[in-house]
Design a protein around this ligand. Structure first.
Ligand code: NAD
Length: 458
């Protein structure tokens, strides 16, 4: 498609130096003035909406509808960050002791580093960038080396807003560039989204270097299908969740747990839906699912399907060896249904990150919830039911950070935290909304005494 540099240590250092140099002036710009650049960015992103979505399709492989959807969610974060003059306010109290007042101010930290994955090239950087700079920080972004181009275009638009030079900086590359960010003393905060092993590594290394860190990791999301769920809408929504973005979503449903009699209808209806999906290139009209990101990813997904079969599951809908006419070299995997996966199998624990839905059958809701609770990830879980009591129990007790009730992709809006738990998140404060504002600011508490007698002269 194009060439993108693999950032060296020197490139990263130069970017951090730029960000450090820009920080003193940028933090002094009043918040209400800082967000004017974000209002301009929002307008430019709207103006170039389809152009950016098309770049995302060509570099990532998802469909145009999916690329538009992610950019919309990204822009929503720009909109929320425009509220910084309110969101960044501290609080205060007069007379904490006689004649003594106490205030808490939020102040920017300095240079923030953001490291993002391949699956949402435009949205995930925007989970962080708008909040970091609106709070008065400067930033170095390193997108996934597999999808560098969406952000190149967004940064060109940022340049058009007139944002002072050095406030945001883009570097590309892989581990070398990441390590340079983690080790540089000027970087104060690190935000990461990607797989769990890399999240753990980055959390440990950046924390050891004294930085503030938030790391979102991988996922294995379950949906519980109760016997009283509406078959038609449940099938549609669960299918969209499992196969949308070719299953390469950290909130994609990966395992459907049917409870009791749901087993009678769900495997058949989801298999029919999976088989009906049109697979092909993302820019083609009517295509519902694109390829996966790399040949290595396709091979990995196909080997996990084989593993499921060898562990005793039946391949109800086969996605391996999928060929799309005219795109024979494309790395397509067809929608796959693995029925009768054992809850104790290795596959039931492994993040597949492809268009594969495993079906596990449970006797009752307690069984189903126990299967989810045993999983090492905690990104999201959903229940489909028409029973308020079942929904309430699920919401109250399920150990995941995002929960859906009759929702397939429980993706928090920009003004709520993107709240993974367990092996899906390392840190305290999450991405988006108020959490992002807290993450990108330090709290400064000021205690003041102004005795009357000192003012006598005036
Ligand atoms: P990845 O972990 O391979 O890469 C993510 C980023 O880390 C990239 O920028 C990459 O260059 C860098 N990186 C990769 N290996 C590294 C290493 N050894 N040392 C330092 N940096 C390294 O993830 P990916 O394949 O791009 O994305 C898919 C993963 O991201 C899945 O596991 C998915 O669940 C997860 N994800 C999670 C969320 C969430 O919100 N929790 C959102 C999207 C994706």
């Amino acid at each position: 498609m194009a060439q993108s540099p693999a950032g060296s240590v020197a490139d990263v250092t130069a970017a951090i130096d730029q960000a450090s140099a820009a920080f003193p002036d940028w933090r002094a710009v009043p918040p209400a003035e800082r967000v004017q650049y974000l209002f301009k960015l929002k307008a430019l992103l709207e103006e170039h909406f389809d152009e950016i979505a098309r770049i995302t399709v060509t570099e990532n492989g998802k469909t145009l509808g999916e690329a538009r959807g992610e950019l919309r969610r990204g822009i929503e974060n720009v909109e929320v960050a425009c509220g910084i003059p309110t969101l960044m306010q501290g609080y205060n109290l007069e007379d904490v002791a006689r004649g003594i007042d106490e205030s808490m101010f939020r102040q920017p930290l300095g240079v923030a580093a953001v490291i993002t994955p391949f699956n949402f090239p435009s949205m995930i950087p925007l989970w962080f960038l708008p909040y970091a700079i609106a709070c008065g920080n400067t930033l170095v972004l390193k997108p996934s080396e597999r999808v560098p181009f969406s952000m190149v275009r967004v940064f060109e638009l940022i340049e058009q807003t007139g944002l002072p030079k050095g406030v945001v900086n883009l570097v590309n590359g892989g581990k070398t560039a990441v390590d340079a960010l983690l080790d540089h003393p000027a970087v104060q905060a690190v935000s990461f989204v990607g797989s769990t092993p890399v999240a753990k590594y980055i959390y440990a290394r950046a924390s050891a270097n004294g930085k503030r860190v938030q790391c979102q990791g991988g996922a294995k999301n379950h949906v519980v299908i109760m016997p009283d769920a509406d078959p038609e809408t449940t099938t549609q929504i669960v299918g969209d969740s499992a196969y949308g973005c070719a299953g390469q979503r950290c909130l994609a449903v990966s395992v459907a747990v049917t409870v009791g009699d749901a087993r009678r209808w769900f495997p058949k209806s989801i298999s029919e839906m999976a088989a009906s999906l049109k697979v092909g290139p993302g820019l083609e009209d009517g295509v519902q699912m694109g390829p996966v990101i790399t040949p290595a990813s396709r091979d990995r997904i196909e080997s996990l399907i084989a593993k499921g079969a060898s562990e005793g599951a039946s391949v109800a809908i086969e996605g391996r060896d999928r060929k799309v006419a005219g795109f024979e070299k494309g790395h397509f995997v067809g929608p796959t249904v693995l029925d009768g996966v054992s809850a104790a199998s290795e596959l039931a624990e492994t993040e597949i990150f492809g268009p594969v839905l495993s079906l596990i059958h449970a006797a009752d809701i307690d069984d189903a919830m126990a299967i989810i609770a045993r999983n090492s990830y905690g990104n999201a879980a959903s229940i489909f039911t028409s029973s308020g009591a079942a929904a309430r129990k699920f919401r109250n007790q399920i150990p995941t950070g995002n929960v859906g009730v009759n929702i397939g992709v429980a993706a928090p809006m920009a003004y709520f935290p993107f709240s993974g738990w367990k092996g899906s998140f390392f840190g305290v404060l999450h991405a988006q909304g108020r959490d992002a504002v807290e993450f990108y600011t330090g709290e400064k508490v000021v205690i003041e005494r102004w005795p009357k007698e000192w003012s006598r002269r005036f």
